[in-house]
Design a protein around this ligand. Sequence first.
Ligand code: HEM
Length: 469
Amino acid sequence: MATVSLTEPPNGTGDVRATRWRERGPRSWPALAGIAASRLRGAVGLARDPEGFLERQRARLGGNFWLWLPGVDPTLLTGIPEEVRQIYQQPVHAFDAPRGQPLEPVFGQHSIVLNSGETHRRSRGLVLPAFRRDRMELFGDLMQEITLEALRRLEPGTICRTHHLAQVITLHIIIRAIFGVTEPAAATAMESAVIRFLQAYTPILMLMPMFRHSIPSLGQWTRFLKAREELDRLLDIQIEAKRAKAVPEIDILSQLIHARDEEGRQLDNSELRDELRTMLIAGHDTTASTMAWALYFIHHRAEISQSLSDEIAPLGAIPTPQQLNQLTYLDAVCQEALRLHPPIQLSVRQVKEAMSLGGWTIQPGENVAVSLRLLHTAPEVWQDGVEFRPERFLGRTYAPWEYAPFGGGGRRCVGAAFGAFELRVVLGTLLAAARFESCGAPPPLARLRGIIVVPHNGVPLRFLGTTVA
Ligand code: HEM
Protein backbone atom coordinates (compact mmCIF):
# COMPACT_ATOMS: atom_id res chain seq x y z
CA MET A 1 0.00 0.00 0.00
CA ALA A 2 1.27 3.48 -0.84
CA THR A 3 2.64 5.29 2.19
CA VAL A 4 1.32 8.83 2.28
CA SER A 5 2.26 11.43 4.84
CA LEU A 6 -0.52 13.10 6.70
CA THR A 7 1.17 16.43 6.84
CA GLU A 8 2.81 16.86 3.46
CA PRO A 9 1.71 16.16 -0.08
CA PRO A 10 3.16 12.93 -1.48
CA ASN A 11 6.36 13.07 -3.49
CA GLY A 12 7.65 16.29 -2.10
CA THR A 13 6.97 19.32 -0.03
CA GLY A 14 7.44 22.00 -2.71
CA ASP A 15 4.69 24.57 -3.17
CA VAL A 16 4.12 23.77 -6.87
CA ARG A 17 3.83 20.07 -6.25
CA ALA A 18 1.56 20.63 -3.29
CA THR A 19 -0.72 22.83 -5.35
CA ARG A 20 -0.86 20.27 -8.18
CA TRP A 21 -1.57 17.53 -5.68
CA ARG A 22 -4.39 19.53 -4.15
CA GLU A 23 -5.84 20.32 -7.58
CA ARG A 24 -5.67 16.87 -9.14
CA GLY A 25 -5.82 14.57 -6.19
CA PRO A 26 -4.50 11.01 -6.12
CA ARG A 27 -4.91 8.78 -9.15
CA SER A 28 -5.12 5.20 -7.93
CA TRP A 29 -7.25 3.28 -5.44
CA PRO A 30 -4.27 2.05 -3.40
CA ALA A 31 -3.10 5.65 -3.09
CA LEU A 32 -6.59 6.72 -2.03
CA ALA A 33 -6.78 3.93 0.55
CA GLY A 34 -3.32 4.88 1.81
CA ILE A 35 -4.39 8.49 2.21
CA ALA A 36 -7.63 7.56 4.00
CA ALA A 37 -5.71 5.32 6.44
CA SER A 38 -3.05 7.97 6.97
CA ARG A 39 -5.63 10.71 7.64
CA LEU A 40 -7.46 8.48 10.07
CA ARG A 41 -4.21 7.67 11.89
CA GLY A 42 -3.51 11.39 12.08
CA ALA A 43 -6.97 12.15 13.49
CA VAL A 44 -6.47 9.47 16.15
CA GLY A 45 -2.95 10.78 16.92
CA LEU A 46 -4.29 14.30 17.27
CA ALA A 47 -7.14 13.18 19.54
CA ARG A 48 -4.89 11.04 21.78
CA ASP A 49 -1.87 13.32 22.04
CA PRO A 50 -2.67 16.70 20.44
CA GLU A 51 0.33 18.51 21.85
CA GLY A 52 2.92 15.75 21.29
CA PHE A 53 1.63 15.05 17.78
CA LEU A 54 2.00 18.66 16.61
CA GLU A 55 5.36 19.05 18.31
CA ARG A 56 6.68 15.96 16.54
CA GLN A 57 5.47 17.37 13.21
CA ARG A 58 7.22 20.67 13.97
CA ALA A 59 10.47 18.85 14.79
CA ARG A 60 10.22 16.98 11.47
CA LEU A 61 8.82 19.65 9.14
CA GLY A 62 9.48 23.06 10.72
CA GLY A 63 7.16 25.70 12.16
CA ASN A 64 4.52 25.44 9.43
CA PHE A 65 3.13 22.37 7.64
CA TRP A 66 0.01 21.00 5.96
CA LEU A 67 -2.54 18.98 7.90
CA TRP A 68 -4.74 16.54 6.03
CA LEU A 69 -7.56 15.24 8.19
CA PRO A 70 -10.76 13.32 7.30
CA GLY A 71 -13.66 15.61 6.41
CA VAL A 72 -11.56 18.77 6.80
CA ASP A 73 -10.28 20.95 3.93
CA PRO A 74 -6.47 20.97 3.57
CA THR A 75 -5.10 23.17 6.32
CA LEU A 76 -1.78 25.00 6.51
CA LEU A 77 -0.92 25.07 10.18
CA THR A 78 1.58 27.48 11.70
CA GLY A 79 3.03 28.29 15.10
CA ILE A 80 5.54 30.89 13.85
CA PRO A 81 4.87 34.29 15.50
CA GLU A 82 5.55 36.36 12.35
CA GLU A 83 3.09 34.23 10.33
CA VAL A 84 0.52 34.39 13.12
CA ARG A 85 0.85 38.19 13.00
CA GLN A 86 0.09 38.10 9.27
CA ILE A 87 -3.02 35.94 9.81
CA TYR A 88 -4.45 37.96 12.71
CA GLN A 89 -3.77 41.28 10.95
CA GLN A 90 -5.63 40.32 7.75
CA PRO A 91 -8.87 42.24 7.19
CA VAL A 92 -11.88 40.39 8.59
CA HIS A 93 -13.37 39.81 5.13
CA ALA A 94 -10.26 37.86 4.00
CA PHE A 95 -11.60 34.75 5.75
CA ASP A 96 -14.73 32.69 6.25
CA ALA A 97 -15.50 30.25 9.06
CA PRO A 98 -14.05 26.83 8.16
CA ARG A 99 -16.52 24.32 6.65
CA GLY A 100 -17.61 21.00 8.16
CA GLN A 101 -17.19 21.94 11.81
CA PRO A 102 -17.64 18.83 13.97
CA LEU A 103 -19.93 20.61 16.46
CA GLU A 104 -22.30 22.15 13.90
CA PRO A 105 -25.47 20.41 15.22
CA VAL A 106 -24.62 21.46 18.77
CA PHE A 107 -24.03 25.13 17.92
CA GLY A 108 -26.91 25.53 15.42
CA GLN A 109 -26.94 27.36 12.08
CA HIS A 110 -27.13 30.89 13.57
CA SER A 111 -24.11 30.39 15.83
CA ILE A 112 -21.43 33.07 15.72
CA VAL A 113 -18.84 30.28 15.29
CA LEU A 114 -20.38 29.04 12.03
CA ASN A 115 -21.21 32.41 10.47
CA SER A 116 -19.05 34.47 8.15
CA GLY A 117 -19.02 37.88 6.50
CA GLU A 118 -21.79 40.35 7.29
CA THR A 119 -23.78 37.87 9.43
CA HIS A 120 -20.72 37.20 11.60
CA ARG A 121 -19.97 40.92 11.93
CA ARG A 122 -23.59 41.55 13.03
CA SER A 123 -23.46 38.71 15.59
CA ARG A 124 -20.25 40.03 17.14
CA GLY A 125 -21.70 43.54 17.27
CA LEU A 126 -24.68 42.21 19.23
CA VAL A 127 -22.78 39.85 21.54
CA LEU A 128 -19.57 41.73 22.42
CA PRO A 129 -21.10 44.57 24.53
CA ALA A 130 -22.52 42.01 26.99
CA PHE A 131 -18.95 40.73 27.60
CA ARG A 132 -17.29 44.13 28.05
CA ARG A 133 -14.40 43.96 30.53
CA ASP A 134 -16.01 46.53 32.87
CA ARG A 135 -19.16 44.35 33.24
CA MET A 136 -17.27 41.29 34.49
CA GLU A 137 -17.06 42.39 38.12
CA LEU A 138 -20.87 42.19 38.22
CA PHE A 139 -20.45 38.40 38.24
CA GLY A 140 -17.69 38.16 40.87
CA ASP A 141 -19.86 37.47 43.93
CA LEU A 142 -21.91 34.90 42.04
CA MET A 143 -18.76 33.09 40.84
CA GLN A 144 -17.39 33.01 44.38
CA GLU A 145 -20.67 31.84 45.92
CA ILE A 146 -20.92 28.96 43.38
CA THR A 147 -17.32 27.92 44.12
CA LEU A 148 -17.94 27.86 47.88
CA GLU A 149 -21.19 25.88 47.39
CA ALA A 150 -19.25 23.25 45.38
CA LEU A 151 -16.58 23.01 48.12
CA ARG A 152 -19.19 22.43 50.82
CA ARG A 153 -20.34 19.28 49.00
CA LEU A 154 -16.86 17.67 49.11
CA GLU A 155 -15.98 15.05 51.73
CA PRO A 156 -12.65 15.77 53.54
CA GLY A 157 -10.06 13.00 53.10
CA THR A 158 -11.42 11.84 49.73
CA ILE A 159 -9.76 12.02 46.33
CA CYS A 160 -11.31 14.78 44.25
CA ARG A 161 -11.06 14.83 40.45
CA THR A 162 -10.45 18.55 40.27
CA HIS A 163 -11.30 18.78 36.56
CA HIS A 164 -14.77 17.46 37.40
CA LEU A 165 -15.06 19.90 40.32
CA ALA A 166 -14.13 22.77 37.98
CA GLN A 167 -16.65 21.54 35.36
CA VAL A 168 -19.43 21.58 37.97
CA ILE A 169 -18.47 25.12 39.02
CA THR A 170 -18.17 26.52 35.47
CA LEU A 171 -21.44 24.88 34.39
CA HIS A 172 -23.30 26.47 37.30
CA ILE A 173 -21.70 29.82 36.41
CA ILE A 174 -22.90 29.51 32.79
CA ILE A 175 -26.44 28.60 33.89
CA ARG A 176 -26.67 31.51 36.32
CA ALA A 177 -24.50 34.27 34.82
CA ILE A 178 -24.99 33.59 31.09
CA PHE A 179 -28.47 31.98 30.90
CA GLY A 180 -29.63 34.05 33.88
CA VAL A 181 -31.44 31.20 35.67
CA THR A 182 -31.73 32.11 39.36
CA GLU A 183 -34.62 30.05 40.74
CA PRO A 184 -33.08 26.82 42.25
CA ALA A 185 -35.59 24.32 40.75
CA ALA A 186 -35.26 25.89 37.29
CA ALA A 187 -31.46 25.84 37.62
CA THR A 188 -31.52 22.11 38.51
CA ALA A 189 -33.81 21.32 35.55
CA MET A 190 -31.54 23.33 33.23
CA GLU A 191 -28.45 21.54 34.57
CA SER A 192 -29.95 18.08 33.89
CA ALA A 193 -31.04 19.13 30.40
CA VAL A 194 -27.57 20.51 29.62
CA ILE A 195 -25.82 17.35 30.85
CA ARG A 196 -28.18 15.10 28.81
CA PHE A 197 -27.57 17.31 25.77
CA LEU A 198 -23.76 17.23 26.11
CA GLN A 199 -23.72 13.46 26.67
CA ALA A 200 -26.07 12.78 23.73
CA TYR A 201 -23.59 14.24 21.24
CA THR A 202 -21.37 11.16 21.03
CA PRO A 203 -17.89 11.03 19.42
CA ILE A 204 -19.46 9.03 16.54
CA LEU A 205 -21.90 11.84 15.77
CA MET A 206 -19.10 14.36 16.05
CA LEU A 207 -16.59 12.61 13.81
CA MET A 208 -18.91 10.86 11.32
CA PRO A 209 -21.53 13.19 9.81
CA MET A 210 -23.09 10.22 7.92
CA PHE A 211 -24.50 9.01 11.25
CA ARG A 212 -26.42 12.25 11.70
CA HIS A 213 -29.65 10.64 10.46
CA SER A 214 -32.49 9.05 12.33
CA ILE A 215 -31.64 5.35 11.86
CA PRO A 216 -33.88 3.41 14.31
CA SER A 217 -31.26 0.72 15.10
CA LEU A 218 -28.64 3.31 15.99
CA GLY A 219 -30.81 5.77 17.80
CA GLN A 220 -27.92 8.10 18.70
CA TRP A 221 -29.04 10.91 16.42
CA THR A 222 -32.68 10.62 17.57
CA ARG A 223 -31.53 10.74 21.19
CA PHE A 224 -29.45 13.82 20.45
CA LEU A 225 -32.35 15.58 18.70
CA LYS A 226 -34.64 14.87 21.68
CA ALA A 227 -32.04 16.18 24.14
CA ARG A 228 -31.56 19.34 22.05
CA GLU A 229 -35.34 19.85 21.82
CA GLU A 230 -35.68 19.58 25.59
CA LEU A 231 -32.82 22.02 26.22
CA ASP A 232 -34.27 24.45 23.65
CA ARG A 233 -37.69 24.23 25.34
CA LEU A 234 -36.14 25.33 28.65
CA LEU A 235 -34.10 28.05 26.92
CA ASP A 236 -37.30 29.36 25.28
CA ILE A 237 -39.02 29.58 28.68
CA GLN A 238 -36.02 31.49 30.00
CA ILE A 239 -35.90 33.81 26.97
CA GLU A 240 -39.60 34.65 27.26
CA ALA A 241 -39.30 35.32 31.01
CA LYS A 242 -36.39 37.72 30.38
CA ARG A 243 -38.15 39.40 27.45
CA ALA A 244 -41.09 40.19 29.72
CA LYS A 245 -38.88 42.34 31.99
CA ALA A 246 -38.99 46.05 31.17
CA VAL A 247 -35.42 46.66 32.39
CA PRO A 248 -32.67 44.20 31.38
CA GLU A 249 -31.09 42.24 34.23
CA ILE A 250 -27.30 41.88 34.45
CA ASP A 251 -27.01 38.35 33.01
CA ILE A 252 -25.67 37.89 29.48
CA LEU A 253 -28.98 36.57 28.07
CA SER A 254 -30.87 39.69 29.23
CA GLN A 255 -28.23 41.87 27.57
CA LEU A 256 -28.48 39.89 24.32
CA ILE A 257 -32.28 40.13 24.29
CA HIS A 258 -32.14 43.91 24.51
CA ALA A 259 -29.23 44.37 22.07
CA ARG A 260 -30.04 45.94 18.67
CA ASP A 261 -28.03 46.03 15.46
CA GLU A 262 -27.47 49.17 13.33
CA GLU A 263 -30.92 48.73 11.79
CA GLY A 264 -32.59 48.36 15.16
CA ARG A 265 -33.20 44.61 14.74
CA GLN A 266 -32.98 42.27 17.73
CA LEU A 267 -31.96 38.60 17.93
CA ASP A 268 -34.97 36.27 17.56
CA ASN A 269 -35.49 33.18 19.74
CA SER A 270 -33.75 30.72 17.42
CA GLU A 271 -30.71 33.02 17.09
CA LEU A 272 -30.61 33.45 20.88
CA ARG A 273 -30.82 29.69 21.48
CA ASP A 274 -27.94 29.01 19.06
CA GLU A 275 -25.74 31.66 20.71
CA LEU A 276 -26.52 30.30 24.18
CA ARG A 277 -25.68 26.71 23.14
CA THR A 278 -22.45 28.02 21.57
CA MET A 279 -21.47 29.84 24.78
CA LEU A 280 -22.21 26.71 26.75
CA ILE A 281 -19.72 24.71 24.66
CA ALA A 282 -17.15 27.50 24.23
CA GLY A 283 -17.24 28.78 27.80
CA HIS A 284 -17.65 25.77 30.07
CA ASP A 285 -14.87 23.20 29.69
CA THR A 286 -12.36 25.74 28.34
CA THR A 287 -12.22 27.44 31.73
CA ALA A 288 -12.61 24.17 33.68
CA SER A 289 -9.71 22.48 31.86
CA THR A 290 -7.41 25.48 32.51
CA MET A 291 -8.34 25.46 36.21
CA ALA A 292 -7.49 21.78 36.45
CA TRP A 293 -4.06 22.24 34.80
CA ALA A 294 -3.33 25.16 37.11
CA LEU A 295 -4.36 23.13 40.18
CA TYR A 296 -2.06 20.33 39.07
CA PHE A 297 1.02 22.60 38.84
CA ILE A 298 0.16 24.46 42.05
CA HIS A 299 -0.04 21.22 44.04
CA HIS A 300 3.05 19.61 42.54
CA ARG A 301 5.41 22.58 42.74
CA ALA A 302 5.98 23.79 46.29
CA GLU A 303 7.45 27.17 45.25
CA ILE A 304 4.33 28.02 43.21
CA SER A 305 1.96 27.12 46.01
CA GLN A 306 4.13 29.11 48.46
CA SER A 307 4.11 32.24 46.26
CA LEU A 308 0.32 32.01 45.94
CA SER A 309 -0.13 31.52 49.64
CA ASP A 310 2.14 34.55 50.36
CA GLU A 311 -0.08 36.63 48.09
CA ILE A 312 -3.52 35.36 49.18
CA ALA A 313 -3.15 34.69 52.94
CA PRO A 314 -2.73 38.37 54.02
CA LEU A 315 -6.13 39.17 52.49
CA GLY A 316 -8.06 37.26 55.18
CA ALA A 317 -10.22 34.11 55.13
CA ILE A 318 -11.99 34.73 51.82
CA PRO A 319 -10.65 37.64 49.74
CA THR A 320 -13.25 39.48 47.68
CA PRO A 321 -13.46 38.83 43.91
CA GLN A 322 -12.13 42.36 43.32
CA GLN A 323 -9.06 41.61 45.48
CA LEU A 324 -8.45 38.29 43.71
CA ASN A 325 -8.76 39.99 40.35
CA GLN A 326 -5.81 42.24 41.19
CA LEU A 327 -3.30 39.61 42.34
CA THR A 328 -0.30 39.56 40.02
CA TYR A 329 1.09 36.12 40.86
CA LEU A 330 -2.34 34.46 40.67
CA ASP A 331 -2.82 36.13 37.30
CA ALA A 332 0.61 34.90 36.15
CA VAL A 333 -0.33 31.30 37.13
CA CYS A 334 -3.58 31.56 35.11
CA GLN A 335 -1.78 33.01 32.10
CA GLU A 336 0.91 30.34 32.25
CA ALA A 337 -1.69 27.55 32.39
CA LEU A 338 -3.39 29.07 29.32
CA ARG A 339 0.00 29.31 27.58
CA LEU A 340 1.19 25.77 28.19
CA HIS A 341 -2.16 24.02 27.69
CA PRO A 342 -4.47 26.27 25.66
CA PRO A 343 -7.85 24.50 25.89
CA ILE A 344 -8.80 25.40 22.29
CA GLN A 345 -5.61 24.71 20.39
CA LEU A 346 -6.44 25.65 16.82
CA SER A 347 -7.64 29.00 15.57
CA VAL A 348 -8.83 28.11 12.04
CA ARG A 349 -9.91 30.30 9.09
CA GLN A 350 -11.03 29.45 5.57
CA VAL A 351 -9.20 31.50 2.96
CA LYS A 352 -11.41 33.40 0.47
CA GLU A 353 -8.73 34.60 -1.95
CA ALA A 354 -5.36 32.96 -2.66
CA MET A 355 -2.93 33.95 0.06
CA SER A 356 0.83 33.51 0.55
CA LEU A 357 2.17 32.48 3.91
CA GLY A 358 5.55 31.11 4.92
CA GLY A 359 6.48 30.24 1.33
CA TRP A 360 3.18 28.48 0.59
CA THR A 361 0.18 29.55 -1.43
CA ILE A 362 -3.14 28.76 0.19
CA GLN A 363 -5.94 28.44 -2.36
CA PRO A 364 -9.51 29.70 -1.80
CA GLY A 365 -11.47 27.08 0.13
CA GLU A 366 -8.37 25.82 1.97
CA ASN A 367 -7.69 26.71 5.60
CA VAL A 368 -4.99 28.43 7.59
CA ALA A 369 -4.76 27.54 11.27
CA VAL A 370 -2.75 28.93 14.15
CA SER A 371 -1.61 26.15 16.48
CA LEU A 372 -1.76 27.93 19.82
CA ARG A 373 0.37 25.32 21.57
CA LEU A 374 3.10 25.59 18.91
CA LEU A 375 2.89 29.39 19.07
CA HIS A 376 3.12 29.28 22.87
CA THR A 377 6.23 27.13 22.76
CA ALA A 378 7.87 28.84 19.76
CA PRO A 379 11.62 28.97 20.53
CA GLU A 380 11.84 32.51 19.08
CA VAL A 381 9.82 33.81 22.05
CA TRP A 382 9.72 31.25 24.83
CA GLN A 383 12.77 29.91 26.59
CA ASP A 384 12.23 26.33 27.86
CA GLY A 385 8.72 26.67 26.46
CA VAL A 386 7.47 23.32 27.76
CA GLU A 387 8.26 24.26 31.37
CA PHE A 388 5.52 25.73 33.63
CA ARG A 389 6.96 29.06 34.84
CA PRO A 390 4.47 31.74 35.93
CA GLU A 391 7.35 34.24 36.33
CA ARG A 392 7.34 34.75 32.55
CA PHE A 393 4.25 36.88 33.05
CA LEU A 394 5.51 38.97 35.96
CA GLY A 395 6.06 42.51 34.73
CA ARG A 396 5.98 41.38 31.10
CA THR A 397 3.39 41.33 28.37
CA TYR A 398 3.53 39.64 24.98
CA ALA A 399 2.37 40.70 21.54
CA PRO A 400 -1.00 39.25 20.37
CA TRP A 401 0.89 37.16 17.80
CA GLU A 402 3.22 35.70 20.46
CA TYR A 403 0.61 34.80 23.11
CA ALA A 404 -2.98 34.18 22.00
CA PRO A 405 -4.89 31.72 24.25
CA PHE A 406 -8.13 33.41 23.14
CA GLY A 407 -7.22 33.43 19.43
CA GLY A 408 -7.02 36.68 17.52
CA GLY A 409 -8.16 38.96 14.71
CA GLY A 410 -11.83 39.15 13.76
CA ARG A 411 -12.78 35.89 15.47
CA ARG A 412 -11.03 36.40 18.82
CA CYS A 413 -12.96 34.81 21.72
CA VAL A 414 -15.91 36.98 22.72
CA GLY A 415 -15.83 35.56 26.27
CA ALA A 416 -12.10 36.30 26.87
CA ALA A 417 -12.65 38.89 29.64
CA PHE A 418 -15.31 36.67 31.25
CA GLY A 419 -13.10 33.53 31.13
CA ALA A 420 -9.97 35.31 32.41
CA PHE A 421 -11.89 36.93 35.29
CA GLU A 422 -13.60 33.63 36.16
CA LEU A 423 -10.23 31.85 36.28
CA ARG A 424 -8.82 34.32 38.81
CA VAL A 425 -11.93 34.41 41.02
CA VAL A 426 -12.63 30.66 41.10
CA LEU A 427 -8.99 29.57 41.47
CA GLY A 428 -8.28 32.25 44.05
CA THR A 429 -11.38 31.24 46.05
CA LEU A 430 -10.47 27.53 45.88
CA LEU A 431 -6.95 28.29 47.10
CA ALA A 432 -8.16 30.57 49.91
CA ALA A 433 -11.00 28.38 51.15
CA ALA A 434 -9.83 24.78 50.61
CA ARG A 435 -6.81 22.62 51.16
CA PHE A 436 -5.77 19.98 48.66
CA GLU A 437 -2.62 17.87 48.41
CA SER A 438 -1.05 15.67 45.79
CA CYS A 439 -2.19 12.05 45.91
CA GLY A 440 0.82 10.84 43.96
CA ALA A 441 -0.93 10.49 40.59
CA PRO A 442 1.41 10.70 37.59
CA PRO A 443 1.48 13.95 35.56
CA PRO A 444 -1.59 14.24 33.31
CA LEU A 445 -1.35 14.02 29.53
CA ALA A 446 -3.30 16.35 27.27
CA ARG A 447 -6.22 14.69 25.44
CA LEU A 448 -8.77 16.04 22.99
CA ARG A 449 -12.41 15.85 24.22
CA GLY A 450 -14.70 17.31 21.59
CA ILE A 451 -12.88 20.49 20.59
CA ILE A 452 -11.26 21.05 23.99
CA VAL A 453 -7.88 19.80 25.19
CA VAL A 454 -8.19 18.49 28.75
CA PRO A 455 -5.92 16.70 31.28
CA HIS A 456 -6.74 13.01 30.65
CA ASN A 457 -6.78 11.83 34.29
CA GLY A 458 -8.99 14.65 35.61
CA VAL A 459 -6.17 15.83 37.94
CA PRO A 460 -6.95 13.89 41.13
CA LEU A 461 -5.97 15.60 44.39
CA ARG A 462 -6.71 14.70 48.00
CA PHE A 463 -9.24 17.13 49.51
CA LEU A 464 -8.17 17.93 53.07
CA GLY A 465 -11.00 20.24 54.03
CA THR A 466 -12.42 23.72 53.77
CA THR A 467 -12.26 26.76 55.98
CA VAL A 468 -15.86 27.74 55.15
CA ALA A 469 -18.84 26.51 57.12
C1 HEM B 1 -10.36 30.15 29.53
C2 HEM B 1 -11.44 30.34 28.84
C3 HEM B 1 -11.53 30.43 27.32
C4 HEM B 1 -10.59 30.21 26.36
C5 HEM B 1 -9.13 29.81 26.54
C6 HEM B 1 -11.22 30.46 25.07
C7 HEM B 1 -10.58 30.35 23.85
C8 HEM B 1 -11.18 30.61 22.63
C9 HEM B 1 -10.53 30.49 21.35
C10 HEM B 1 -9.06 30.08 21.14
C11 HEM B 1 -11.43 30.81 20.40
C12 HEM B 1 -11.19 30.81 18.89
C13 HEM B 1 -10.67 32.17 18.48
C14 HEM B 1 -10.09 32.23 17.09
O1 HEM B 1 -10.48 31.42 16.22
O2 HEM B 1 -9.21 33.07 16.86
C15 HEM B 1 -12.68 31.13 21.07
C16 HEM B 1 -13.82 31.54 20.43
C17 HEM B 1 -15.02 31.80 21.08
N1 HEM B 1 -15.23 31.79 22.44
FE1 HEM B 1 -13.85 31.42 23.85
N2 HEM B 1 -12.52 30.81 25.30
C18 HEM B 1 -12.75 30.82 26.66
C19 HEM B 1 -13.92 31.15 27.31
C20 HEM B 1 -15.06 31.56 26.68
C21 HEM B 1 -16.28 31.96 27.37
C22 HEM B 1 -16.43 32.03 28.89
C23 HEM B 1 -17.20 32.23 26.40
C24 HEM B 1 -18.62 32.68 26.55
C25 HEM B 1 -19.37 32.44 27.57
C26 HEM B 1 -16.56 32.02 25.11
C27 HEM B 1 -17.17 32.20 23.90
C28 HEM B 1 -16.54 32.10 22.67
C29 HEM B 1 -17.22 32.33 21.40
C30 HEM B 1 -18.68 32.69 21.22
C31 HEM B 1 -16.24 32.16 20.40
C32 HEM B 1 -16.44 32.32 18.91
C33 HEM B 1 -16.05 33.73 18.43
C34 HEM B 1 -16.24 33.94 16.94
O3 HEM B 1 -16.23 32.97 16.17
O4 HEM B 1 -16.38 35.12 16.53
N3 HEM B 1 -15.28 31.61 25.32
N4 HEM B 1 -12.49 31.00 22.43
